[in-house]
Design a protein around this ligand. Structure first.
Ligand code: S3P
Length: 184
């Protein structure tokens, strides 16, 4: 059994409503690692929901706080870090991850993301406050995809449960951490 300082950390990236929070929870339950859901932490510490923070403080303010909280969590070992869908494309993103961090991209189509976001109700200002959420989702996803693509594992989410996705992530992390035979 590895001590906490040797444990890996996983960061889940992907578009809004790709299932990051549910998969993060399933993965934390499966591994015993600590779940850091950055949006929920921000809401708890400010006492305000994300849409209110966007409206009163603005997106740039939110991005700074998001980066600060996410990068602090990524320095820890044995965590499942779930930033919001914009983090990977803003500031540091996936460019300079610490060596113990495994990045996973949860893929979702813009159509499925908009349908799921609608089902979950209001809460995503970037989709809720536009006339055509699908066009907005397509445009945002096109801009963000090159950033998400940097992740070490890409998983399609449609038709797969959070537990199945968490299992795939555990196998990936195990594989990555097993030293290859014949390595010099
Ligand atoms: C955002 C995604 C949201 C939240 C905020 C902005 C984005 O999180 O951080 O509304 O820019 O994609 P989820 O990805 O959990 O929906």
């Amino acid at each position: 059994m590895n001590g906490p300082s040797e444990q890996p950390t996983v960061v889940l990236v992907g578009f809004m409503a790709s299932g990051k929070s549910s998969v993060g929870l399933a993965l934390a339950r499966r591994t015993g690692w600590t779940l850091v859901d950055v949006d929920r932490d921000i809401e708890e510490s400010t006492g305000q929901p994300i849409p209110d923070l966007f409206a009163t403080r603005g997106e740039a303010w939110f991005r700074e706080l998001e980066e600060e909280r996410t990068s602090a969590a990524l320095d820890l070992h044995g965590c499942v870090v779930v930033p919001g869908g914009g983090w990977a494309a803003a500031s540091r993103g996936l460019e300079t991850l610490p060596a113990h961090v495994h990045s996973i991209w949860l893929r979702v189509s813009p159509e499925a993301a908009v349908a799921r976001a609608r089902q979950e109700g209001a809460g995503r200002p970037l989709l809720d406050e536009v006339e055509d959420p699908l066009a907005r989702a397509r445009e945002l996803l096109e801009r963000r995809e090159p950033h998400y693509r940097r992740a070490g594992l890409h998983l399609d989410t449609e038709g797969r449960t959070p537990v199945e996705l968490a299992d795939a992530i555990v196998s990936h992390v195990r594989r990555e951490r097993t030293p290859t035979k014949n390595q010099t």
